[in-house]
Design a protein around this ligand. Structure first.
Ligand code: ZN
Length: 424
């Protein structure tokens, strides 16, 4: 569609796809250029300015140079070209400029031209963005230290906080009543001992589980100096159960592994219906049953599992760390720091009344601090910790998007959690 304008330039309009995307195929269809005209070469674009949401580029191809302007309004892209071609169809220069931008920068590029979008904020807050001028015009990217940026560029979709708050408050292990510990629990008659591995599948592949592995203790008897393979451990242990209690304990560990194999490790995948979390209840029940026994074990390790094949071999040292389990349940809260032009939303953890420093997230259902692992108190906590972890550690909110953040996140969150505000 061609429209006149006061600058005497022709204005064309290209409807964008859902969410502001545009693919090369759709560009061809929507402009009526179904095949790329032979003899048309790609444009070389030079960024000239970005003002009032109008991106101005100089386009050169076949020794011809024109000025093309792009502006996004809602889900439409308006273009002008200084060639002032008349007619309904978009001119060759504007078409080739769009084609070059899509080819070099991908089909999400025009999302960035949205009002209060990436391009506008990049010019408003130059310190927080990287700008790169190339032959395809200009690209802007968010500085890595902003991590996940709410609305503009979240690393994972903002979860439905109301759905999380409404999850059944099913706890993970509650360890008020510890069973009487049997110090011989992990000892085998041949001098070997059983270590319990908190197996953490890589990148949220599965939820963590516990796998017993046999090995030889050090002289000081405070660690294992060597380990048997996971599989031979299973055989050894099953042959030499020391007590029915231990047998039951190991059976529960194996059942836990069988259960977690069936489910994804990320709690925030898909929609957050309470029904989805019902499938977790056998897993949480098993954790509640085995956790008190685990607390009494002298040889406890975390193990990063790169894939199920790794269970056919011995545990590899690089992925192994001796850790200690704690019965203390961390208290989760949030911090909203005002950084001037943006806010940073982060997690705070208190353990036994003290603010925990250097916490590590990334083990679903748990939090790690130094050599200690703590069970999270509820699925709610676990979902929210996962959100912050998969966001890269914190979430940046530009003031332009704060009211949306307040509505979608803060207000529902504050019905259950403390959010502290600080000015930094
Ligand atoms: Zn033109």
């Amino acid at each position: 569609m061609k429209r006149g304008s006061k600058n005497n330039l022709s204005t064309y309009c290209v409807a964008l796809q859902k969410g502001g995307r545009l693919s090369t195929d759709e560009l061809q269809k929507r402009t009526g250029y179904l095949t790329f005209r032979s003899g048309w070469s790609n444009s070389s674009l030079k960024f000239l300015s970005f003002e009032k949401n109008i991106l101005t580029l100089r386009t050169t191809s076949d020794d011809e140079t024109y000025v093309v302007q792009l502006r996004r309004k809602q889900n439409q892209l308006f273009l002008t070209c200084s060639c002032n071609k008349t007619g309904q169809q978009i001119c060759k220069h504007a078409y080739c400029a769009l084609d070059t931008i899509l080819w070099k920068n991908g089909q999400d590029y025009f999302k960035k031209l949205h009002p209060s979008g990436m391009m506008e904020l990049a010019f408003r807050y130059p310190m927080l963005f990287d700008k790169q001028e190339t032959e395809s015009g200009i690209t802007v990217t968010i500085r890595p230290e902003l991590k996940s940026v709410f609305y503009l560029s979240p690393k994972i979709k903002t979860p439905d906080i109301n759905a999380i708050i409404n999850l059944p408050d099913t706890g993970l292990p509650s360890c008020q009543e510890l069973p009487e510990l049997d110090s011989k629990f992990c000892r085998l008659p041949d001098g070997k001992a059983i270590a319990y591995m908190l197996v953490i599948p890589y990148r949220y592949e599965h939820l963590p589980s516990i796998i017993p592995v046999t090995g030889t203790p050090t002289v000081k008897d405070n660690a294992l100096k060597s380990f048997d393979s996971f599989q031979s451990s299973l055989k050894t242990i099953s042959r030499q159960f020391q007590s029915p209690k231990q047998g039951q304990f190991h059976e529960e560990c194996f059942e836990l592994y069988r259960q977690i194999e069936r489910l994804p490790g990320a709690l925030l995948e898909g929609k957050l219906y309470a029904k989805k979390f019902e499938s977790l209840s056998p897993i949480l029940k098993l954790w509640r049953s085995i956790y008190p026994y685990l607390l009494g074990q002298p040889f406890f390790y975390s193990y990063i599992l790169l894939g199920p094949k790794a269970l056919r071999t011995k545990p590899r040292r690089n992925y192994l760390q001796q850790i200690f389990l704690s019965a203390a349940i961390p208290v989760i809260s949030f911090l909203l720091s005002d950084k001037g032009d943006h806010f940073r939303f982060s997690l705070q953890v208190h353990i036994d009344g003290k603010q925990a420093q250097n916490i590590e997230t990334g083990i679903p259902l748990f939090i790690k601090m130094d050599d200690f692992v703590f069970p999270l108190g509820s699925l709610r906590d676990a979902c929210l910790v996962e959100w912050i972890d998969r966001s890269g550690g914190w979430i940046t909110i530009f003031k332009e998007h704060f009211s949306l953040f307040e509505k979608e996140v803060l207000t529902p969150l504050q019905t259950c959690y403390t959010v502290s505000f600080v000015k930094q």
